[in-house]
Design a protein. Structure first.
Length: 400
């Protein structure tokens, strides 16, 4: 795809090559479209990357988080500590189980939960901490894991935005009792829709496998409906517990395998784009750049490129800048509106502005810029140039 100065630039774009297309076509030709060898291979690859023994493929990151919490026995009456500055799925999965989300405010540098506030929020009812590596930044995951261990509370790592990142040399996905990745088309790698639960815990893994497959006891080859499966005859219609259909198709898993094989190249390409933005925007006093974790032992897995306007700008100005970019056919978004201020959260829990000041202050000034591997220098230049004009216009409006 060629880029020209006047073609639209989307916010995100998956990186699909002939390799991915061939892999999916092969599955279509094989006749085996679900529960087959690709699922097992894809699970192995993601688990290995996260340094974990088990991978359980599911049909979305949200489904994965739901099953992770269920497998840990979380339900009504339990509290789960989490961040108000994230994609809504990280709180919704807590609500699905009937447990109560307990928000703690963020650290304005990493944009992840402030570890001290996490510790202060623990009560006798706290059953888990659900921590997110926001925008792919792994900072604090080690400290939050230490707090969870010290208090004997399970850590669920929502690493849906951070595949391939590292915190103190340890891979993202290896910090919690359970970790969950996601493969929606805007993530680092995609399966269209999809997710992956990773864990070292045999019991949690077995429960997740059963729960994603209608509560069946056994799963694997020979478990397709109507297939002869030897001494496991009838297992397809034996349901030990209330389960779900959260399975991921073989087409999606084949796509996932092809993407995983290219993961390091994909991450490098994303890093190049991020650095190009950084170098261009570095000296603008109106903009706060993402804080990259210090030291080579920690590394971002770039999910999105989100800048923040300086403190003198408000949400109205920010929204006008986003609209301005979009008028020029440049994708832009307000990642993320605070979860506690979403209408359904206000209604149910009485959350209100002022509850989590840091998250709110950050959230009102963020702008996600177009971000994907193939973004070229000409396009990045055009985006920065247009952004610059929009910001300068806000400056003129303020003086009037
Ligand atoms: C993407 C994402 C998810 C899962 O999203 P799905 O669309 O269900 O795959 C969960 N949590 C966070 C923080 C995410 O960014």
């Amino acid at each position: 795809m060629e880029s020209t100065w006047n073609s639209a630039i989307p916010l995100s774009l998956p990186d699909i090559t002939e390799k991915e297309i061939a892999a999916v076509t092969q599955v279509l030709q094989s006749g085996r479209l679900s529960i087959g060898p690709r699922q097992a291979r894809f699970e192995e690859m993601v688990a290995e990357r996260a340094g974990r023994r088990h991978g359980i493929a599911v049909n979305s990151g949200t489904s994965g988080l739901h099953l992770a919490l269920l497998a840990l026995g979380i339900g009504p009456g339990d509290e789960v500590i989490t961040t108000p500055f994230s994609f809504v799925a990280s709180t919704n999965c807590i609500l699905y189980t009937g447990a109560t989300p307990v928000f703690v405010d963020i650290d304005p540098r990493s944009l992840n939960m402030d570890p001290e506030k996490v510790e202060a929020a623990i009560t006798p009812r706290t059953k888990a901490i659900l921590a997110v590596e926001v925008f792919g930044n792994p900072t604090h995951m080690d400290r939050i894991a230490a707090i969870a261990n010290a208090h004997e509370i399970a850590l669920v790592e929502d690493c849906c935005e951070a595949l391939g990142g590292k915190c103190r040399e340890k891979p993202v996905g290896s910090f919690g009792r359970v970790g969950v990745f996601a493969f929606f088309p805007n993530k680092q790698i995609t399966t269209g829709e999809g997710g992956m639960i990773v864990t070292d815990d045999d019991r949690v893994a077995a429960l997740c496998r059963s729960l994603r497959n209608q509560g069946r006891a056994l799963e694997g080859f020979g478990d397709l409906p109507g297939e002869a499966c030897g001494n496991r005859l009838g297992s397809w219609l034996a349901h030990e517990r209330l389960g779900y259909n959260y399975r991921l198709s073989e087409l999606a898993c084949a796509l996932g395998i092809a993407q995983m094989e290219r993961l390091d190249d994909i991450l490098d390409a994303r890093r190049r784009v991020a650095m190009s933005y950084m170098n261009r925007i570095m000296d603008w006093k109106e903009v706060i750049l993402p804080t990259i974790p210090a030291g080579h032992a920690n590394s971002m897995s770039w999910f999105v490129f989100v800048i923040r306007l300086a403190h003198e700008y408000d949400q109205v100005a920010r929204d006008r800048i986003i609209q301005g970019l979009r008028r020029h056919e440049i994708g832009a978004s307000n990642y993320f509106p605070c979860i506690h201020l979403q209408p359904y959260m206000r209604e149910r829990f009485g959350c209100k502005p002022g509850d989590y000041p840091m998250a709110e202050s950050v959230s009102g000034r963020t702008i996600a810029l177009p971000f994907y591997n193939k973004l070229d220098e000409t396009q990045i230049e055009l985006i920065c140039h247009t952004l610059r004009i929009m910001i300068q216009r806000e400056g003129l409006l303020k003086k009037e």
